[in-house]
Every structure is written in structure tokens, then in C-alpha cells.
Design a protein around this ligand. Sequence first.
Ligand SMILES: NC(=O)c1ccc[n+]([C@@H]2O[C@H](COP(=O)([O-])OP(=O)(O)OC[C@H]3O[C@@H](n4cnc5c(N)ncnc54)[C@H](OP(=O)(O)O)[C@@H]3O)[C@@H](O)[C@H]2O)c1
Length: 285
Amino acid sequence: MTQRLGIIGYPIGHSISPVFQQAALDHLGIDATYEKWEVTPEGVGEFVAGLRAPDSLGINITVPHKQAVIPFLDEVDEWATAAGAVNTIVNREGHLSGHNTDGPGFLRALLVETGYDPTGTRALILGAGGAARGILLALVRGGVGSLVIANRTLERAQTLAQLSEDNGVTAEAVSLSGDDLTQAAASADLIVNCTTVGMSHGPDEHGSPLAAAQIPASAIVNDVVYNPMQTPLIREAAAAGATALGGLHMLVYQGVLSFQMWTGQDAPVDVMLAAAMKEMASRGA
Ligand SMILES: NC(=O)c1ccc[n+]([C@@H]2O[C@H](COP(=O)([O-])OP(=O)(O)OC[C@H]3O[C@@H](n4cnc5c(N)ncnc54)[C@H](OP(=O)(O)O)[C@@H]3O)[C@@H](O)[C@H]2O)c1
């Protein structure tokens, strides 16, 4: 029996997960297909119930359904509970468990690609939306020493700083412009962009939240924006002599961890990364 996998979202047309997940399945000769399904908010419960079928291995979940699926699951793991969001559902003989591989995928991508270990480091998070929240929790769980959260809307940065403090990590909230940001960047070991600044078709697609002069050469800069692959911030980081990593790696590594949960096999990471890069290039990114 051919097994089924896929991703749900609303809309879902942009997702490249089918490309690199199918490449991994084919590479290992696993008899399964990975599709994308557009599911309306009203249809989430019925769709998730259908995942208990014997031919379903599970799914990925993207915006806006990461919270909405939770009431329909039998079990939710520690990462997903902490994040308040599920990006992976696994079906084991009709029992549905919810997981979140976004945070672990972010940490794994940084470790493998740059050698970054959060333990005791100073991190600057730019942005305070959904991605920033998940990444903050991943850094906190990874043992980060201290955090600065910079956001256009200061109150949202303050909410995340409080979340960090509640989890025992010193944190400060600053505005996304001005001296406080420059100072925070100057002493950061890791800078992560979780704003949509620099994203294709976004609100400020040619902008960079930091200029090269504000980025220390010793820093690791991770832009979680993956379209385009070379964002303005990545270019500024390279000009500063810093280590720069784009968002495609995080995207692929969250998929790598999901793949391993569904199949019980080691994912062919290089095959998945190559397929993702080829797809982005074919889309002109
Ligand atoms: N690589 C991956 O695997 C991965 C995973 C998740 C997300 N992402 C990417 O991460 C980015 C953020 O996603 P999200 O889900 O966190 O979005 P979100 O919840 O909508 O948050 C958007 C963030 O961007 C800020 N922002 C928006 N327009 C801005 C502007 N013109 N100037 C300055 N700041 C601005 C917002 O600030 P305010 O609070 O002031 O509005 C907020 O902090 C997206 O590009 C997404 O594709 C990548």
C-alpha cells in the first residue's frame, strides 16, 4: 500500500516541502507520496480525523493551522506544548501525536552549518511574531545566556522578553532602530532575523534590518527568510565578514526531523537540501 504524507495550510501554493520530502522518499525507495492540501480553517477538524486511516503516515502543518490542529490530537509532545504550535502530526495505527520540529530544526541547521551551540551565548532576535517566538523558546531550551528582542512594535518585543524571563533567561526588549539596536548587535554572538524585512513580495523586500557596519565579524547571522535565498541581510552580514546562513536550511532541517518521525529512517539531508535549492532557483529566488 502506497503511504500518504503531505502538508496543509491556507493558502499552500507557495510550499516547497513536497519537493524536498518527495526527493527524500524517492531516494530511499519508500513507497509514499507527499502532497500539499489547501484546507480552510473550518475544514481542519475533519481533515485531521482522516489522518487516522491506515495509509496515512502523517502531515506537516503550516500557517494558519499550527494551533488549530491541537484539539484534534491524542497527544502533544513537550516542544509543541511549549511552543503552543504543532508543525508535524504522526499517525501510528490511528493514534495521532503532535510535534514541533521548527525550533529543533532551527538549532540543528545552525549547529550543522555553522557549529553554533547556544550555551551561554548572547543572541539578538529581530522580530516578535510567530517565528521569533518559536526560535526564542528553542534558544532558551538550548541554554542561551541572554537575549535581546528587537521589534518595530516594542510591546510585542516586551511580551517575548517576559516569556524569556519567565523561562529563566535574562532578556531585554528594544526598538528595531536606534542606538539600543546597534549596541545589542555589537555584542551579539548570534543575530537571527525573524521579521519579514527582506522577504520577496513582503512589506520591505529590499530592506535589511541591520547594515554591515552594525554587524560584528565574529557574529553568526541567520536570516530565517528563505525567499530570496540571498536576502539583503545575508549580503550585509557577508560584507561585515560575519558567518551568514539563510532560512532555507531551517526549513529543510525541520522537514528532516519530521521525515525521521514518520519513517523511522535517517533522512538524506544532502538530497533534501539540493532539491530545495534547485526548486528555489527555478522560482528565481
Ligand atoms: N526558514 C523557516 O523555516 C521559516 C519558518 C517560519 C517563518 N519563516 C519566515 O520568517 C518570517 C516571519 O514569519 P512569522 O510567521 O514570524 O511572521 P509574523 O508572525 O507575521 O511576524 C512578522 C514580524 O515582522 C515584523 N515586520 C513586518 N513588517 C515589517 C516592517 N515593514 N518593518 C519592520 N518589521 C516588520 C513584524 O513586526 P510588528 O510586530 O511590528 O508587526 C513581526 O515582528 C517570514 O519571512 C517567514 O517566511 C521562515
